[in-house]
Design a protein around this ligand. Structure first.
Ligand code: SF4
Ligand code: ZN
Ligand code: ZN
Length: 308
């Protein structure tokens, strides 16, 4: 198998494009597709203060690497990174160590915070209180809501103008399907490549890896020699996302290009959605922006009786 671009020995065949790649051309091609997505969807301005959500996993390592390459051409852009530790014993330790190493290597200042610091409780403490109080929500629901809240609080503290997350094509296709299965039409209409409108109090979140399949992110990290997590979060197998991941992978095997088609459908839906406006208020407890009188994070913490 020969590289379609340069004719040397190929190491990867892309089923959906039909191209073969050598290591060098593969890395270049991924960089190029990320840059194209950034330009096409105008994800950043030339003066942005970009906060990278880093976890130490493959996606955020690849995101930080590609953004730091791009940043070199834009001297007025500032890159920063934020790691949020949920407090799951034995899980985040690797990610924290790896994030510190990589940020040092790339010259990106890293801020570390935790659920404990911001909300008074770690994720395992929250899930055990939820069990006792019979609040029937999965760990990933708490984790996702509190993580988004933590990210927005810290982004504002750090004067960030954008938050960049490492969500890849698989994550995005799963999210679209999950919202469809839950019948959450409003959220479905807001799953485009960047926020439809700027909302007061929210630092906009963008996803530069949105069109890169998870498999290619893993390969990118592997070819770069990046160490990867050997343990997974103990809660991952209990999530609905995990079931959707399995289903989507099965469909993709039989019909290559399905994940991409789902994400493109979400892109189109988000542009059709011109008359849809979100009303933004401030949470009466924490002052963070919300479309209701109490934000989702405070609602959860209140239900558990752990509001600080
Ligand atoms: Fe959080 Fe769930 Fe991911 Fe674990 S698997 S880090 S609980 S969202
Ligand atoms: Zn090549
Ligand atoms: Zn609140």
């Amino acid at each position: 198998m020969r590289c379609t671009r340069c004719g040397t020995k190929a190491v990867y065949h892309s089923l959906y494009s039909g191209h073969n790649f050598c290591v060098k051309c593969f890395l270049k091609n991924v960089d190029h597709r990320v840059k194209t997505a950034i330009n096409k969807h105008k994800l950043f301005d030339t003066k942005d203060r970009i906060l990278i959500a880093i976890s130490g996993g493959k996606d955020s390592q690849v995101l930080a690497t590609i953004l730091s390459k791009i940043e070199k051409k834009f001297p007025n852009v500032t890159l920063m990174a934020l790691l949020i530790d949920e407090g799951v014993p034995g899980y985040r330790d690797f990610g924290l160590k790896r994030s510190k190493e990589l940020c040092k290597e790339l010259g990106i200042p890293l801020t570390v915070t935790s659920f404990k610091e911001l909300f008074g409780y770690s994720l395992p403490e929250i899930t055990s209180i939820a069990e006792k109080k019979e609040v029937m929500l999965g760990a990933c629901t708490f984790c996702g809501i509190l993580r988004r809240r933590a990210m927005n609080i810290k982004a504002k503290e750090l004067n960030a103008t954008k938050v960049a997350t490492g969500h890849n094509l698989d994550d995005e296709a799963q999210t679209v399907l999950m919202n469809l299965l839950r019948g959450d039409v409003l959220r479905l209409l807001r799953l485009g490549p960047k926020p439809v409108e700027e909302l007061p109090g929210f630092v906009p979140r963008v996803k530069p890896l949105r069109y890169i399949p998870e498999k290619e992110i893993t390969l990118y990290a592997y070819f770069k020699g990046y160490p990867l997590y050997e343990v997974e979060c103990p809660y991952v197998r209990t999530s609905m996302r995990d079931e959707i991941r399995f289903i989507l992978n099965e469909i993709e095997k039989k019909h290559p290009g399905t994940k991409y088609a789902i994400v493109r459908a979400a892109d189109k839906l988000s542009t059709m959605n011109t008359s849809f406006k979100v009303h933004v208020d401030t949470c009466k407890y924490c002052g963070e922006p919300t479309s209701r009188s109490i934000c989702r994070a405070c609602e959860l913490l209140e239900a558990l009786g752990v509001m600080t």
